[in-house]
Design a protein around this ligand. Structure first.
Ligand code: A2P
Length: 272
């Protein structure tokens, strides 16, 4: 404890000072389980699209309560965007879901993660495979011109329980081809493959089943996964990650990392 803090008057001591605080600029609620928010960006924060940072609020004990969150905005954006689940008894998200414009959120400016373009060898086609809030890192990457410079085709696969849970990703994908900043990079390279598992929609079922029975590829007029051309990034529940990893390995793709780029990479989406 510094001398200043030790001698501060009681009124000042009572008001907690948030370390690394950023200001909420926008909050959008999608369902009673999902919301997104935007924050000012720390000047010192440089990151690669697809990485995550620790963010959070002060807990009841006055200590920062932090969780890993993928940054959903691209690296060039002057603000930060996040996409979060709401868990009613979750230590952080039970509080985070109530933030309003002007509130403060802690952002530790130390980005890390494996869902980065540099962790993959060059290829022709990129598959993003997500469930639920696992679409967040791809919301960042889909807005990065570098993705379209490196790949001829990008396929965004997103499986959710209900149609309303697809909206964040669906709106983003729909906006990109005409986006004034990156529309010319996106062109017709980005394809979207949404499925639901518990509510009627044009495509029902888990993306993993569609990969296993080949319908994902036939629906899109594509050949099955090919290690020579195809690259895969996976982000979702532990179950999704394990299942898609197995599918990728069965097709002859190997897992990459920052230090050893290969053909697929995965990361667990934050839950709770
Ligand atoms: P399901 O409804 O069959 O469990 P959650 O909301 O629980 O995070 O799940 C998000 C979506 O991910 C749901 O549609 C869920 O399907 C799906 N899902 C869960 N586990 C897997 C898995 N191992 N492979 C593919 N999809 C999965």
């Amino acid at each position: 404890m510094s001398k200043d803090t030790a001698t501060a008057p009681a009124t000042e001591r009572a008001k907690p000072v948030l370390p690394d605080a950023q200001t909420v600029t926008k909050v959008t609620h999608y369902t009673d389980r999902l919301f997104s928010f935007r924050l000012t960006r720390p000047r010192s924060l440089r990151f690669r699209s697809g990485e995550f940072v620790m963010i959070g609020l002060l807990g009841d004990n006055g200590k920062p309560l932090l969780r890993a969150y993928s940054i959903a905005s691209p690296s060039w954006d002057e603000e930060l965007e996040f996409y979060s689940i709401k868990v009613q008894d979750g230590p952080l998200t039970s509080k985070l879901q109530n933030i309003q414009v002007g509130d403060e959120v802690i952002v530790r400016p130390k980005p890390v993660g494996t869902l980065v373009l540099d962790a993959l060898l060059p290829g022709k086609r990129m598959y993003f495979i997500a469930t639920g809030t696992g679409i967040a890192p791809f919301a960042s990457l889909m807005r990065d011109p570098d993705l379209y410079e490196r790949y001829d085709e990008v396929i965004m696969c997103h499986t959710c329980r209900e149609v309303a849970e697809l909206k964040y990703g669906a709106d983003l994908v729909a906006s990109l081809a005409d986006d004034p900043l990156i529309g010319e990079f996106v062109g017709d390279k980005l394809r979207y493959y949404p499925t639901t598992t518990r509510e009627e929609s044009p495509k029902m079922g888990r993306v993993t089943e569609k990969m296993k029975d080949g319908s994902l590829f036939t629906d899109l007029g594509l050949v099955p996964l090919d290690p020579a051309n195809d690259r895969v990034m996976i982000c979702g529940s532990m179950g999704l990650n394990t299942d898609v990893k197995e599918i990728c390995e069965a097709a002859g793709l190997t897992e990459g990392s920052n230090s050893q780029p290969a053909e697929f990479v995965l990361e667990k989406a934050f839950v709770g």
